[in-house]
Design a protein around this ligand. Structure first.
Ligand SMILES: *Cc1c(COP(=O)(O)O)cnc(C)c1O
Length: 431
């Protein structure tokens, strides 16, 4: 044997193997790590599969066929973001040429939208609640109903947020019933040490039966300002942007405008739930209260960047010009007529040559409007196809029940119907 020829079983060099992974499109430095791992595992031939597996850990667009419109695992509200690589006047006043506030543009739009004096935005609603409590109730008490001392999910627990903000939770009433007199008694007992009354929307569950809670209007008669964490971000319970009556499933969902009208000093909500925008937390209400939040040192740590501000501005403008039902993806999905979904389901099944159209129930998701659903239409396949559907270049996320795959079209953009039909036509994904 000539010494220059490697023996047949000698592993390839890391560099050669890494270079062979170039068609995956991954950066060379990542391919080198993958090649090294494959060789170390004694299985160089696994490198390509490892590279493909790595690619699937990256963020990418997916098709949401779960029927859960605001799917927390899929980034809640879908939004279109198109920004040229240009500077934007995030903190620059074009009128004076001087430094401005990043809260001005978006703040005035959300104040207008909600009928408030002022508004500001932070990174998410958890941050909004934290900032409000830190700015208005540090070292003081906040009265909260025991029925609203809740966990919203993802480690947002009212007592813990309260503790982190430096405010003291004063819980009143019982799990199922809390009356105005419970709040009033706690406030008079603690005297000037109570800074706020807080109302938290128990977004993700519902207590039924012998239940009583106290409305914002009643709380507004107390001697302290009322803060309402409505969570969901419904702007107006009349949904004027839909050009018709609000959908039945929204009944009982608190809205920013009505919470302020009822007397809340501040209302906080998420940007990426029923508002249909980017991840953000919005604080609206009395000017003096918003200004105290804006001046607090935490405001700097919680402020959003230009990308989010631009997306929030586009979302607010869509509501103000009443185009929300057609331009905000979440509301477009909500507003799609059932008959249209049925037609799409029929067309997809006929193109794919498989599956059967079926009526379904879609959910708003993200803890909004718990226990309610909206009529929908989709496709049932008599087999579990979840893995294959997820393997398509644009992964399709569906649900399985009792061995059958359900694809709900209310959460699918109609432009993706072709991709869905193609994926259904083939029991396995390409590649
Ligand atoms: C969702 C929700 C939160 C948390 O909001 P994020 O935007 O996810 O931080 C807080 N409070 C209520 C009532 C909620 O529904």
């Amino acid at each position: 044997m000539r010494s220059s020829e490697p023996p047949a079983n000698r592993p390839p060099s890391v560099d050669v193997l890494a270079r062979s992974l170039a068609p995956t499109g991954l950066p060379h430095a990542v391919c080198v790590d993958i090649a090294r791992d494959a060789i170390a595992a004694g299985d160089p031939a696994s490198a390509t599969q490892r590279a493909l597996d790595f690619s699937r850990t990256l963020l990418m667009p997916v098709i949401n066929a779960t029927g859960v419109l605001l799917h927390t695992n899929l980034g809640r509200a879908p939004i279109a973001v198109a920004q040229p690589a240009r500077p934007i006047n995030v903190e620059f006043d074009l009128a004076t040429g001087e430094r401005g506030s990043r809260q001005t543009a978006v703040g005035q739009l959300y104040a207008k939208l909600c009928g408030a004096e002022a508004a500001m935005v932070v990174n998410n609603n958890a941050a909004a609640v934290m900032l409000v409590l830190a700015a208005l109730a540090y070292d003081r008490g906040v009265v909260v109903s025991r029925g609203e001392s809740v966990e919203i999910g993802g480690a947002f627990r009212v007592p813990e947020v309260m503790e982190q903000s430096g405010a003291t939770l004063v819980d009143v009433g019982t799990t199922n019933r809390t009356r105005l007199s419970d709040y009033a008694r706690a406030i008079s007992r603690a005297g000037a040490n109570v800074a706020l009354a807080m109302k938290v929307h128990p977004s993700n569950f519902r207590v039924e039966g012998f239940v009583e809670d106290t409305s914002i209007a009643e709380l507004a008669t107390l001697s302290v300002p009322v803060v309402a964490d409505i969570g969901s971000g419904l702007i107006d319970s009349n949904c004027p942007w839909l050009g018709g009556p609000p959908p039945a499933w929204l009944a009982g969902e608190p809205a920013a405008r009505q919470s302020l009208e009822a007397g809340a000093a501040l209302v906080t909500f998420s940007g990426d739930k029923l508002l249909g925008g980017p991840q953000a937390g919005i604080i609206v209400g009395r000017r003096d209260c918003v200004e105290r939040c804006a001046r607090h040192p935490l405001a700097r740590a919680l402020r959003p960047g230009g990308l989010v501000l631009a997306a929030l501005q586009a979302t607010a403008l869509a509501y103000l010009d009443r185009s929300a039902a057609s331009t905000i993806p979440f509301w477009r999905m909500v507003a799609t007529p059932l008959a249209e979904l049925e037609q799409r389901a029929i067309a997809i099944c006929s193109t794919a040559g498989t599956g059967r159209p079926a009526a379904m129930q879609a959910l708003p998701g993200a803890g909004s409007a718990p226990g309610v659903s909206m009529p929908s239409y989709g496709i049932i396949i008599d087999a579990d196809r979840l893995v294959a559907l997820r393997s398509w270049p644009t992964p399709i996320i569906a649900r399985v029940r009792e061995g059958r795959t359900y694809l709900d079209l209310r959460s699918v953009e109609s432009g993706d119907d072709g991709a869905v039909a193609e994926a259904l036509a083939s029991p396995t994904a390409p590649g």
